[in-house]
Design a protein around this ligand. Structure first.
Ligand SMILES: N[C@@H](CCC(=O)N[C@@H](CS)C(=O)NCC(=O)O)C(=O)O
Length: 128
């Protein structure tokens, strides 16, 4: 099951709301920001940037359909691809290495519009 590591009112609100929207099963894990829990070695293993949130994968794309919202490709898919792309330099567990995220990202990358945008911006592989 997905786990959203969150702290109330922070940047974790967006994925929290989206998870509520899609009705996917997930667990909330409170990151005690006031106690700097997002700077502990355990948390930094999840997110080397030491920022909240972290969404741990496991069941993504199992709530039905190839895209984040199900059967229909939406603006969330390139947005998710962009965010995942920013993890491509992580030495541990970049998004592409996740069991469900990896194939999902390949589906997004395979879209002609995505390929045209990447080519126009002259971005070299690895794209995610
Ligand atoms: N673009 C990032 C922004 C994350 C971010 O800036 N999180 C803030 C909380 S809103 C944070 O963890 N700041 C570090 C701190 O509070 O020490 C995302 O959306 O994941």
């Amino acid at each position: 099951m997905m786990q959203l590591h969150y702290y109330p009112g922070t940047a974790s609100m967006t994925p929290h709301i989206l998870l509520q929207e899609i009705g996917a099963p997930f667990e909330l894990v409170l990151v005690d920001r006031l106690a700097n829990a997002h700077k502990t070695p355990a948390y930094l293993k999840l997110n080397p940037n030491g920022l909240i949130p972290v969404l741990t994968d496991g069941e993504l794309a199992r709530h039905g359909g190839p895209w984040l919202l199900g059967e229909d490709y939406s603006a969330l898919d390139p947005f998710a691809m962009m965010l995942c792309r920013w993890t491509r330099g992580f030495t541990s567990a970049p998004a592409r290495s996740r069991p469900h995220l990896g194939p999902y990202l390949q589906r997004v990358l395979a879209r002609p519009a995505v390929q045209r945008a990447l080519a126009t911006e002259q971005l070299a592989p690895p794209w995610v």
